[in-house]
Design a protein around this ligand. Structure first.
Ligand SMILES: [Zn+2]
Length: 283
């Protein structure tokens, strides 16, 4: 792999307002999923200043950033306000996504409010932590995103292998069901889609997944670097988005690992930049 001469786009970063970081212990009591993730040895929180500083250090041009998908829509609103303020501070460096609770009666209002405040997508939502199933819905969420032209980033993970805090019970089959129920919606399934991309070798599945992307977030903890070769063999390189799950991991480890596979420079450019432009509808 040569050096990728493209503006690097990281589609998966988390930030939290300093006020919420200061209240992390209280939030751990209120939100089971937040507690599970907070108590992992690798856990860190980052403010927007730290994110931008680390982007500068790693040569990342643009990050998609969001807070944490709490079960409580009130806490989601708090992180959305912070993300909107952060994007206003760094408009050339950040694209903000909103965290919403799909069962919130005020869902439509919150999506419109955040879109008006400059947020340009929805995610990363955590089906298990927020108490919804990708298979059984939530129909309103997909419909509202499609109508508003907002891409959606959803957490799924592999349903095999070792347990770790934050590993949820929804994976490739659930992601597939959601995509099938929401044709035309640009959706990215995080963490390599829980392995869904492998099934793109089935022609009818590939058609259903036409607008689906996969991000690389947490990949170094989960997969051998040859996962990039699997993506290439399954014809999915144009659907893989570079995402770090910052502050869990920084970009360097991912970029180095891409070079361990058999990707060409064009493949790397697509993953680090061009695919994200399509997903985000950037021109
Ligand atoms: Zn995730």
């Amino acid at each position: 792999m040569g050096s990728p001469e493209v503006p690097i786009i990281d589609v998966h970063t988390h930030i939290l307002p300093p006020e919420l970081i200061a209240r992390a212990h209280e939030l751990e009591e209120r939100d089971e999923h937040f507690r599970a993730l907070s108590r992992t040895p690798n856990n860190r929180y980052a403010t927007v200043e730290e994110l931008v500083r680390d982007m500068d250090g790693a040569g990342v041009s643009l990050s998609v950033t969001f807070g944490f998908a709490f079960k409580d829509p009130g806490l989601c609103r708090e992180v959305n306000d912070y993300v909107a303020a952060s994007v206003a501070l760094y408009p050339d460096r950040l694209i903000g996504f909103m965290c919403v609770q799909p069962f919130d009666p005020g869902l439509e209002r919150e999506i419109s409010r955040c879109a008006a405040a400059g947020l340009r997508g929805v995610g990363e939502l955590f089906p298990d932590g927020q108490g919804f199933s990708l298979k059984e819905g939530p129909a309103r969420l997909g419909g509202l995103c499609r109508e508003a032209g907002l891409p959606l980033l959803l957490h799924v993970n592999e349903q095999v292998g070792h347990f770790y805090p934050g590993k949820g019970g929804q994976g490739a089959a659930d992601a597939y069901a959601f995509a099938a129920a929401n044709p035309g919606l640009r959706v990215c399934f995080a963490h390599w889609g829980g392995g869904l991309l492998f099934y793109e070798l089935m022609p009818e599945v590939r058609r259903v997944l036409e607008n689906v992307y996969y991000d690389t977030a947490a990949g170094p903890f989960l997969y051998d670097p040859r996962v990039y070769d699997v993506a290439k063999a399954s014809g999915c390189i144009r659907k893989v988005l570079f995402g770090t799950d910052y502050p869990l991991l920084g970009p360097e480890r991912y970029i180095r690992r891409m070079g361990d596979g058999r990707l060409g420079d064009d493949d790397v450019r697509m993953i680090l930049s061009e695919n994200a432009r399509r997903f985000l509808d950037l021109h």
